[in-house]
Structures are given as C-alpha cells and as structure tokens.
Design a protein around this ligand. Structure first.
Ligand SMILES: NC(=O)c1ccc[n+]([C@@H]2O[C@H](COP(=O)([O-])OP(=O)(O)OC[C@H]3O[C@@H](n4cnc5c(N)ncnc54)[C@H](OP(=O)(O)O)[C@@H]3O)[C@@H](O)[C@H]2O)c1
Length: 223
C-alpha cells in the first residue's frame, strides 16, 4: 500500500493542494501539477511537481511523455474555474467557451491522454459538484458553472461507456461547499476536513470498477 501513486491535476491551491497533501500524509507518492505559480505546493520526498496548463493540448501531450513508465493508482483531475453569477443571456461568448473548455473538455482530454498510465484496478476521478446535478437544479444562480459541471458529468458518462471494459473505478466527486477562492470565504466547509473525507471515499472505492457520482460521505449524488 505504501507505494500507491497518484497524479493530481490542479494542486497549486484550494482543494487540489489539500487533496495532494492528504494523499502524501497517508503514504501515497503524489505527482501534483501547477501552472506558472506553485502557490503553497511544496515538493518533497513523496511529492513531485509537474507543470501543466490543462487547456493546452501540447502541454498535456508533453506531460504524458514525461510520465512515460509511471504507474498511477489514481488519476485525479481537480482543476476548474468559476466566472461569477451572470444570467446565461449576459454571459459573453468567450467566457462561456473558457468555462466549458476548462471545466468539461479539459478534464476529459487529460483522462484520455493519461488513462493508459493507470494500473489495472486503478481509479480515474474528476472533481465535479452537486451544482452539476440536473435534477437538483431547483434554485437559481451560477448558470454557466452549473452547466459546465453538468457537461463534465455527461462527458464522464460517455467516457465510462466508451471504456466500460477497462476495469478502472471512475468517480465524479462532489466535495461540498468549501472555503477556497472558488467557494468563497463564507462557505461552510474547511478544505482539510472535506479532503480527508474525499480521500476516505477514494480509498474505499478503489478496486470497484464502474462510474459513480459521489459526495464526500460516499453517498450517491442524483444525476
Ligand atoms: N470550493 C468549493 O466549494 C467547490 C464546490 C464544489 C466543487 N468544487 C470543485 O473543486 C475543484 C477545486 O476547486 P477549488 O475551490 O479548490 O478552486 P480554486 O481554489 O479556485 O483552485 C482551482 C485550481 O484549479 C487550477 N486550474 C484552473 N484552471 C486550470 C487550468 N486551465 N489548467 C491547470 N490548472 C487550472 C488552479 O490553478 P491556478 O492557481 O494556476 O489558477 C487551482 O489550482 C474544482 O473542480 C471545483 O469546481 C469546489
């Protein structure tokens, strides 16, 4: 168990940073990606840092080449953005494109490019949100962000169907509303507590193939 290896995409700050550190604390080896700024992420004996702008296809390919020979027990795409709370008709087209590419297309490109590094019985996971649930969307607000997470969930279902026979555990994770730059200062949850719970879920789900959309308690989130 001590040699389990995880790749966490988007670990410069917020939930990705805390997730990467929690995995190391539990004895995982972690490869964590950042863009230009490392933020608070620190390399260490069990933590190595790679550079990745997730939306740059060339950078994704270059990362795949640098990781040749690596065996991943967990491939976790955490990176995403939010661009505020405009009604959808007031969202500029370039903002719509940026959020959809970052939150839906980018994560799936990363999964497709790196999935062959995931060991048999390994896990591929993406940070989603309850906000991506179509059936739970009964209150207004954050229309673009919600649409991007719904698109992510839909693309992950297509991915899971396409790769149904690969034996990987496939997870969409709802971390709850946390105090980060994205979640805001008034969010009710501490990232340290939430990511401890999320790693519990990841470890419990390991080795159970198929796609699940789970919250940090391991409960199913309705599509
Ligand atoms: N916080 C919440 O309440 C909450 C609730 C539900 C779901 N989530 C989800 O949890 C995940 C993490 O959110 P967070 O609250 O920790 O957000 P955050 O503090 O804003 O951190 C976002 C992370 O994603 C990275 N990132 C963004 N765009 C990227 C790109 N194109 N390429 C590479 N990295 C990129 C950022 O890197 P830089 O530092 O370089 O910008 C940063 O490390 C997201 O998927 C978010 O949707 C959060």
């Amino acid at each position: 168990m001590a040699d389990r290896c995880a790749l966490v995409v988007g670990a410069s700050r917020g939930l990705g940073l805390v997730l990467a550190n929690e995995l190391v604390r539990r004895g995982w080896r972690v490869i964590a990606t950042v863009r230009q700024e490392r933020g608070e992420l620190r390399a260490g004996e069990r933590m190595s840092i790679e550079s990745l702008e997730m939306n740059d296809v060339g950078e994704v390919g270059a990362l795949r080449e640098r990781l040749a020979g690596c065996s991943l027990d967990l491939l976790f795409v955490n990176a995403a953005i939010d661009r505020g709370d405009l009604p959808i008709d007031q969202v500029p087209t370039d903002m719509f494109t940026e959020v959809m590419v970052t939150n839906a297309l980018g994560p799936l490109r990363v999964l497709e490019a790196l999935r062959d590094l995931v060991v048999p019985g390994g896990t591929v996971a993406v940070m989603s949100s309850e906000q991506g649930s179509v059936s739970l969307n009964t209150e207004g607000g954050y229309e673009l962000y919600k649409a991007s997470k719904a698109a992510l969930n839909q693309l992950m279902r297509s991915y899971a169907t396409r790769h149904a026979g690969d034996g990987h555990t496939k997870l969409l994770i709802d971390p709850g509303h946390n105090r980060t730059r994205l979640g805001g200062p008034d969010a009710p949850l501490e990232p340290e507590e939430s990511m401890t719970a999320v790693v519990d879920v990841l470890e419990k789900q390991a080795g159970s193939p198929g796609l699940r959309f789970l919250d940090r308690h391991g409960e199913t989130v309705p599509w």
